[in-house]
Design a protein around this ligand. Structure first.
Ligand code: PLZ
Length: 441
């Protein structure tokens, strides 16, 4: 199949959703669990670069990249070729039965590109939540402690432990408990709302954990350097650094969940690099393999070796096809200098969104780094959330061929996490649609 045949242009041919999507939605409702909802009932047939094509032939500018997965672009030629080639050679072996080189190569690349120049080792998994689970497991084994510190507005997954670590009850947790014990939320740094310096916000987080749990009972603190589902909350400068220093002083493993913020999304390999921290463990998933499912825990060798042999694994974990795709993504980011694209995209999005903010007082905050930018919508003149405005803007954008993702504990954030392959022209065109959407509010 010629994947490059998708023209990089927006095209709305039918009502959204179109008739074929409507028909598929009927079939879906009969057999897919109601628990699996979709933000937009538009069925996607193909995609390339920054354009997604639905079954009715409508072409959308994709500003969400499947929640930050298609970082180097949909059906990237290198990823497709690597996966196709690998499929014919070896589709599965199970690394814990008989190893293969690509698993090792992915771990070498992770050791090279995650922050910190110390010796590192990795374990490969299937999903982000599974990476979080394993990170906690390893930190507990290493420290002999059980407490897990997380911060308000965090998102870490949908499994039992990671539900406990995720902040927002609806839709992630409500009625799904009881949850894994010994997980403790502490206040985060949220400059738009708390106005605190990084040092003051960190002191508040630390004091909370010291009082509620006690440092000597904490195995780890898990933080997203930029909170993803929470609404691209960028902590105040110095916040993460102070948390890390406290962790180091107290024998607590400092874990960066970079599942959404990592893999070149912010113009660095990992967002931690913007914040002057070298986490003891870094978690990677989403963008690592151009859409194939693979995830990783990478950490200081002595921590990663804490598990007894046989303690870590999983049937599909580190699958050879997904590993081949991951190697290709690492190669593309390095050889095509994709780290430069984050700054380019920020350079288009931030000024344009700031200009919209001046025009539409419903936009309370513009924030983010690289290709991870968000706007927080408020009741004009206040910091009160405005989820209704977010829903209207996203709906208008979808009707006009722009896929927008929402976020935030209060559902009042629009996040922009386009592929690094998106052109300035497409970005500008999408921003024009968003401007119209605000004008119709
Ligand atoms: N940690 C920081 O962003 C996944 C979830 C979408 P999985 N975020 C998108 C949804 O509605 O399920 C995520 C994340 C951070 C962990 C995860 C979990 O990664 O691969 O979805 O398990």
């Amino acid at each position: 199949m010629n994947t490059t045949a998708v023209a990089q242009e927006r095209l709305v041919k039918t009502a959204i959703p179109g008739p074929k999507s409507v028909a598929l939605q009927q079939r879906r409702l009969a057999v897919v669990s109601a628990g699996v909802a979709s933000a937009l009932p538009v069925f996607i047939e193909r995609a390339h670069g920054a354009i997604v094509v639905d079954v009715d032939g409508n072409q959308f500018i994709d500003l969400g990249s499947g929640i930050g997965v298609m970082t180097i672009g949909h059906t990237d030629d290198g990823v497709v070729a690597a996966a196709q080639q690998q499929l014919e050679l070896l589709t599965h072996a199970m690394f814990t039965i008989t190893p293969y080189e690509s698993y090792v190569r992915v771990c070498e690349l992770l050791a090279e590109h995650t922050p910190g120049s110390f010796a590192k080792k990795s374990v490969l998994l299937n999903s982000g939540a599974e990476a979080v689970e394993n990170a906690v497991k390893i930190a507990r084994k290493f420290t002999g402690r059980s407490g897990v510190g997380v911060i308000d507005h965090a998102y870490h997954g949908r499994t039992n432990l990671t539900m406990a670590m995720t902040f927002k009850a609806m839709p992630y947790k409500l009625g799904f408990g009881p949850f894994a014990p010994d997980v403790h939320h502490a206040p985060n740094s949220y400059p738009f709302h708390d106005g605190l310096s990084g040092a003051d916000a960190a002191a508040r987080t630390i004091s909370y954990l010291e009082k509620k749990v006690g440092a000597t009972d904490l195995a780890c603190i898990v933080v997203e350097p930029i909170q993803g589902e929470g609404g691209f909350v960028v902590p105040a400068p110095g916040y993460l650094r102070a948390l890390q220093e406290w962790c180091t002083a107290n024998g607590v493993v400092f874990i960066a969940d970079e599942i959404q913020s990592g893999m070149a999304r912010t113009g660095r390999w990992y967002a931690s690099e913007h914040m002057d921290v070298e986490p003891d463990m870094v978690l990677t998933a989403k963008g690592i393999a151009g859409g194939l499912p693979i995830a990783a825990v990478t950490g200081r060798a002595e921590i990663m070796d804490a598990s007894h042999p046989g303690g870590l694994g999983g049937t599909f974990a580190g699958n050879p096809v997904a590993a081949a795709a991951a190697i290709s993504v690492f190669d593309s980011i390095a050889s095509k200098n994709l780290l430069a694209e984050g700054a380019r995209i920020e350079g288009v999005l931030k000024p344009a969104l700031t200009a919209l903010q001046a025009k539409y007082p419903v936009i309370g905050d513009v924030r983010g780094i690289g290709a991870m930018i968000a706007i927080e919508l408020v009741q004009p003149g206040s910091h009160e959330p405005n989820a209704a405005a977010v829903a209207s803007v996203a709906a208008y954008a979808a009707q006009h061929g722009v896929l927008l993702l929402t976020a935030g504990t209060y559902g009042n954030v629009i996040r922009f996490l386009p592929s690094l392959a998106i052109s300035n022209e497409l970005l500008t065109e999408a921003l024009g649609v968003i401007d119209e959407a605000f004008a119709t509010l």
